[in-house]
Design a protein around this ligand. Structure first.
Ligand code: F6R
Length: 611
């Protein structure tokens, strides 16, 4: 999604903006632009394509002198991804420039009103109405803050805005609603604004998280906050723990590979603080055994890969705790008027903590008075701040668009929660707890082993680089793993792929199987082993080539599968954490082999902050 970096201070702004925007490239974008006040005018440069083009155009920012500016990477929503529609946008004489993340939902009616007042529009974007409306009010009152407040009362939708007025070049303005924005308190008179902490880390770790409808007013030496009535707001400073190196590639060819290799650490970081004296202790849950026993039903709501961890979570919670669990895609949940009991618990899972649908699902739930728990990776993100309770997944910054380590951390959070619930509900005793903790603690080493044996997959994928369709099948938890394996593959390799509950094959899907079709079968659940193997036989007899991912010791599968990847033995509830590793590697090497942009796949964005 779009990214924002704004700077005001004593240094040259343009190189700082470009460098900051480069840290946001992973979010996905199709054009970029910066605006800098050069002492007389605000100069704007924009370019389509990669940020590199903008850097070349401005000689790494050198041709745009000035110490205050705003920058943006755009992921097109309204209007083609071309130079005209790229941000920053401005009024007629370029005296007010704006960068914007999000969507102004009522932009068409606002635009119409301004046209009636004689305004002309040069772009197809929703953002331009903000710049033009600011102009309209600024003409009347000549006060930036008052003009911003007036515009906020007009616009509907989601927005994070960075604004620069030519008449007030010693001040930067920013405001947000339902799109993240962070103010960075730099050292020695250098302040910044960014949509994502990774763009600030080089300059500062001291930040303020803007709340909805808060306006930040920055000079080189001061930072102030106001509400929409224009009253000052006191805000608490926060500190970001991530260091900059966590957001760098560190010698790996791609962020995705680096992040796959970080999974053992991610798991340890998410797990260890919650194991105390041989027991699972989730302090942030803050629920007594009785409160847990009182929970009627669990709803897990999320999007994409986070939804897939939710599907695994359903099998784990229901299997381990015998408590009913519903899993919903957030985009469906928010519109289906879900039936929620007052004793229910809604768990919203999100790496970014900013996914628009997940955030809205959370808000709907809260408005209904139902308890919410966020499983979130980005500290201080909207879901983390708005959920009643938050359980952080300590994965650190995830840069590759395709999630790997955050996915793994989400699984751990769900396992821990399930054990805690099981204890309170009496389905998990002390012996089972001890055994599961010991299995969880072994996962990082087991994952390392799987990652280090990557060559088998690397060699195998070469035969499938030109595949048109690849299928993934599994039952129970293995079906959830199949869904994630399939998503990983399609999003970064652009090969069409589907995941099926293996038992569904006969109900239509098997007609897609033809000579040479690759079917990846996930077979980690002993109770379902024979069932899935018989599905493998069915596809094989129709010409499919079958790769199986199964537990060590299941050697009889070699009679059916053409290639077998073994995962170490673990508790049956935790096999997703291991079986996903070869599937991540599979997707990664197919993507590399096909020459795709592994970390920034086409059309995708890391943080989906619009519907
Ligand atoms: C796929 C992927 C996405 C995200 C989804 C939710 O690799 O990363 O499917 O899982 O967009 O994002 P978060 O977790 O940030 O809410």
């Amino acid at each position: 999604m779009c990214g924002i970096v704004d700077y005001i201070g004593k240094k040259q702004a343009a190189p700082i903006l470009l460098e900051g925007l480069s840290k946001l490239e992973y979010r996905g974008y199709d054009s970029a632009g910066i605006a800098v006040f050069d002492g007389e005018e605000i100069r704007v440069e924009k370019a389509t394509g990669r940020l590199k083009v903008l850097s070349e155009l401005t000689h790494d920012g050198e041709t745009m002198p000035g110490s205050v500016g705003i920058g943006h990477t755009r992921w097109a929503t309204h209007g083609e991804p071309n130079q005209v529609n790229a941000h920053p946008h401005y009024n007629k004489n370029k005296s007010i420039v704006v960068v914007h993340n999000g969507i102004i939902e009522n932009y068409l009616s606002l635009r119409q009103r301004l046209i009636q007042k004689g305004y002309e529009f040069s772009t197809e974007t929703d953002t331009e109405v903000v710049a033009q409306y600011l102009d309209y009010y600024y003409q009347k009152n000549h006060d930036p803050l008052t003009s911003i407040i007036k515009v906020l009362h007009r616009v509907e939708g989601a927005y994070a805005l960075g604004i620069l007025f030519k008449d007030h070049p010693d001040t930067l303005y920013a405001v947000r609603k339902d799109a993240p924005l962070i103010v960075g308190k730099g050292k020695e008179g250098n302040n910044l604004i960014a949509s994502d902490a990774t763009a600030l880390l080089k300059h500062t770790r001291d930040v303020y998280y803007l709340e909805n409808n808060e306006i930040a007013v920055l000079t080189a030496d001061s930072i102030g906050f106001f509400n929409v009535d224009g009253d000052p707001v006191e805000k608490e400073e926060s500190r970001i723990d991530w260091d900059e190196s966590a957001a760098e590639k560190g010698g790996y060819e791609h962020f995705m590979l680096k992040e796959m290799y970080e999974q053992p650490k991610t798991i340890r970081d998410t797990l260890n603080p919650r194991i105390k004296d041989g027991n699972v202790v989730i302090e942030e849950l803050g629920m007594t055994d009785e409160e847990i026993r009182n929970v009627g039903r669990i709803h897990i709501v999320a999007c994409g890969s986070a939804y897939h961890t939710g599907v695994t979570g359903k099998y784990v919670f229901e299997g381990m705790c015998r408590i009913p669990v519903e899993v919903d895609l957030a985009s469906e949940f928010r519109y289906r008027d879900p039936i929620l009991g007052e004793k229910d618990l809604v768990i919203v899972i999100s790496q970014s903590g900013e996914t628009a649908d997940s955030l809205e699902a959370l808000r709907i739930t809260k408005a209904a008075g139902i308890m919410t728990l966020g499983i979130v990776n980005v500290v201080g993100s909207s879901i983390a701040r708005e959920a009643d309770k938050v359980m952080y997944t300590w994965a650190g910054p995830e840069i590759a668009v395709a999630t790997t380590k955050a996915y793994s951390a989400q699984l751990i959070a769900l396992y821990l929660l399930a054990i805690r619930f099981g204890q309170a509900l009496g389905t998990v005793d002390a012996k089972a707890t001890a055994s599961m903790i010991s299995e969880l603690k072994r996962l990082p080493d087991q994952i390392e082993l799987l990652l280090n044996n990557k060559e088998k997959i690397q060699n195998f994928v070469n035969h499938y680089l030109a595949a048109q369709h690849i299928f993934f099948i599994g039952r129970g938890i293995d079906y959830a793993i199949a869904m994630e394996g399939s998503l990983k593959l399609k999003e970064i390799s652009y090969i069409h792929s589907e995941a099926y509950a293996a038992g569904e094959l006969k109900h239509g899907t098997i007609s897609l199987i033809e000579e040479g079709t690759l079917v990846n079968a996930i077979v980690t659940q002993d109770a379902l082993f024979a069932k899935t193997v018989s599905n493998m036989v069915e596809v094989k007899s129709r010409g499919a080539f079958v790769m199986a991912v199964t537990n060590e010791g299941n050697t009889e599968i070699e009679n059916t599968a053409d290639l077998v990847i073994y995962i170490p033995q673990t508790n049956r509830f935790f096999t997703d954490s291991l079986a996903i590793i070869p599937l991540q590697l599979f997707a990664y090497y197919v993507s590399v082999g096909r020459g795709c942009d592994v970390d920034k796949p086409r059309n995708l964005a890391k943080s989906v902050t619009v519907e």
